[in-house]
Design a protein around this ligand. Sequence first.
Ligand code: NAI
Length: 461
Amino acid sequence: MRYDVVIVGAGPGGYACAIRSAQLGLRTALVEERKIGGVCLHWGCIPTKALYAATKLLHQAGTAAEMGIAFTPPTVDLPALAAWKESVVTALAGGIVTLLEKGGVTVYPARAELRADRAIGLSTGETLEAERIVLATGSSPIEIPGFPFADPAVWSSDDALALREIPRRLVVIGGGVIGLELANIYRRLGSDVTIVELLPEILATLDLDRRTVAGLKRSLAARGIRILTAVKATGYVPENGGALLATEGGEPLRADRILVAVGRRPNSTGIGLERVSVSPDRRGFVAVDAGWHTTADGIYAIGDLVPGPMLAHKATAEGVALADTFAGEPAARIAAEEIPQAIFTDPEVASVGLSEKAAKERGTEILVGRFPYGALGKAVGMREPDGFFQVVADASDHRLLGVQILGAEASDLIGEAALAVRSRMTVDAIAHTVHAHPTLPEGLQGAAESALGRAIHTANR
Ligand code: NAI
């Protein structure tokens, strides 16, 4: 079969690219060997957020007496929780399948490999030909020596999301985003959780200010999560159905389950790249130009497969922008600083643009403003007084360079900041925008006012 566009991989990058390509009138095929929706929908963003919401409710119900509301201690029915999480995933997956069908995308449930003649061979024996091929094959969890996922005592993030049991003691290797989010969920479910991070700081791969990370660590510690930094997990020996973990830089640790969350690797092997002379780099990423073109004619790559943050919304933005170029539009610029990031812990962390540290490193004279959650009427009434908003602006023209939010609903609140950073707004514009009272976004306004030395609800420095 011949198509205008064939996309390999139906995660948030691939399926969005397919829908947009078909919308533009291109004959489009999408090949997926596992499930439509990819890791984000089935083993990542969505199931974790379903569990985040459910376990947040569990935590709130368990501590509501402070608000004068008493529950008998809430209990967890693990199979029912797993079924509910699956129902969320199933409903959303059904939606995407319908969108693809209605959009006129032909879906091939198969494994695809590039051939030397630039055709695509499918595991079903079929062959697809296309003017343009988009590789959107995503990434997979990295396995580290000494911790085989084949051992039931060792969990990948997929195992953690399967919700087969609540381990009494869970050791999480890796203080990155996945490690923290799953640590938070299992702590709320009642596990005794220890995070082991190799580097001197958690979340070290992200551009977050020390104050933000320190605030998060304090809150996680207050919720009973132990964080060990500058400690390397080197191996383990089985012990009573669990494991005794050996570490470099720390004590041996006893665990019933070990969750390995040390990063993800692009799925760039086994897809025939070598046959079209595309060589991934040492870490498996495929290099592309500003229009997502690989070094092979007519072959493009997007999402986790290419360098940049491994985020679903970044993949989607690339998929849509790439499809637009197929219709003759110039490649939309997706600047790294304009991509927001949200971490679903308790409290949440979200950021967009430059941190205070990164802005200073660039030699820019900056204005910094902060506003505490504790000064927001809404936050106090929600029993969520922990955290703060931070804005960083260029001192010369007041243009907003970056925002970090540590606190309740930060993942939703970052939307306004992302729009402001992308639109090159000034902190004055945010300070002068009337925000409804009492709401959490007032915190962004408060931080902008504070950057200008004209805060009303917090002391000016
Ligand atoms: P990551 O790269 O964020 O963190 C992995 C951590 O493991 C690093 O801090 C590293 O120093 C540490 N580490 C490596 N080897 C170790 C060892 N032997 N002992 C102890 N620590 C060790 O990777 P993560 O958390 O697996 O996430 C993968 C990707 O998925 C990231 O790019 C992340 O942005 C993305 N993601 C984003 C989410 C979100 O935006 N909410 C949610 C989940 C994943």
